[in-house]
Design a protein around this ligand. Structure first.
Ligand code: G3H
Ligand code: 13P
Ligand code: ZN
Length: 339
């Protein structure tokens, strides 16, 4: 057993308390490789934002779980060094399993240094979702690992779920779910979905808003309880244009409106998941190098610009959308006081 504190991570409890009280959301950024990890930490240290490093089942298979754990441990040290070099505060970092689909996977992550896990039973019949979530919570809480559950189904393709229809979260059922399972946070369905094609809009048409009314009902019924928003990429059109200009082919992708994410972050949403936007930034920058310098074959010459583009993206999100910039010092002070 490798306990997450040995690696320098924190669970999400104190981060979410601050996020709820101060009206911001903690960024949860997915990573699969070193450049993404470097970009996430550089942006979060320099903007002084707390961060949740998010690993999907697919990422764990892609990067190898042992290597990933050491990469994440290295990331904590890297972040400390970068903060010290710039005369800045340390930032709180959580290592989180994204869309865990079994008790065994969640248990394995908990035993390998994760400070937070998601068990996603949203596709299961309600009572089965309750049962598997409760089982993970009971195990995780023995180690002070925080657990995220999900209720409602996001349209689109989730790692293990394909659905063409959003099933919005029922606020009354959310209350029952939280009471029965003991989860620490809950992902809800209010109109977001995974990937780059979240909405079908014709040119010139406005992207529809989220069902923030459902979020407000959940907040009313579960005051103080942290809510999570998946599928929250905004699919910046500048990256779509860049990708298509330099030989890519993305046909009318559309993401969540930023004003909607800002409103959610100011309300009960304490964690916002972003993966697609980082993929777009990385792809756009790499395509540009390949297009403009076809003679280039040193990976550092295209992964370096990709990393720079991701740093810009994450910094912008922290500062302008999630409003998490500058929130790290107070959180770390409280966490160190508890140690
Ligand atoms: O929720 C999905 C995340 O974007 C992770 O994607 O399963 O392809 O790693 P992935
Ligand atoms: P996006 O596809 O909108 O980036 O969502 C990522 C996500 O929810 C990861 O769990
Ligand atoms: Zn997700």
């Amino acid at each position: 057993m490798v306990y997450y504190t040995e690696l320098g991570f924190y669970n999400t409890k104190v981060m979410f308390k601050h996020a709820y009280q101060k009206g911001f959301a903690v960024p949860a950024y997915n990573f699969n490789n070193m450049e993404q990890l470097q970009a996430i930490l550089t942006a979060c240290v320099l903007t002084q934002s707390p961060v949740i490093l998010q690993v999907s089942k697919g990422a764990r298979q892609y990067a190898n779980q042992t290597l990933l754990r050491y990469l994440a441990k290295g990331a904590v040290e890297f972040a400390k060094e970068l903060a010290a070099k710039n005369g800045l505060s340390e930032i709180p970092i959580a290592l989180h399993l994204d869309h865990g689909d079994s008790f065994e996977l969640a248990k394995d992550c908990i035993e390998n240094g994760f400070s937070s896990v998601m068990i996603d039973g949203s596709h299961l019949p309600y009572e089965e979702n309750v049962a598997i979530t409760k089982k993970v919570v009971e195990f995780a809480h023995q180690y002070d690992v925080t657990v995220e559950g999900e209720l409602g189904v996001l349209a689109g393709v989730e790692e293990h779920v394909v659905s063409d229809k959003t099933i919005y979260t029922d606020p009354d059922q959310a209350v029952d779910f939280v009471e029965k399972t003991g989860v620490d946070s809950l992902a809800i369905a209010i109109g977001t979905s995974h990937g780059a094609y979240k909405f079908k809009v014709k040119p010139g048409e406005e992207i529809p808003p989220l069902r923030l009314d459902i979020l407000e009902k959940v907040k009313e019924k579960l005051p103080g309880f942290p809510i999570v928003l998946h599928g929250a990429s905004s699919v910046p059109q500048e990256y779509v244009e860049m990708i298509n200009k330099y030989g890519g082919k993305l046909e009318s992708p559309a993401g969540v409106r930023e004003d909607q994410i800002i409103a959610a972050a100011k309300s009960a949403v304490c964690k916002v998941n972003v993966d697609t936007d980082s993929r777009l930034a990385m792809t756009a920058a790499i395509r540009k190098v390949f297009w403009e310098k076809p003679e280039e074959f040193d990976p550092r010459k295209y992964l370096g610009p990709a990393r720079e583009e991701m740093i810009k993206l994450y910094s912008y999100k922290n500062e302008k959308v999630l409003l998490s910039a500058g929130k790290a010092p107070d959180i770390i002070k409280e966490l160190k006081g508890l140690q």
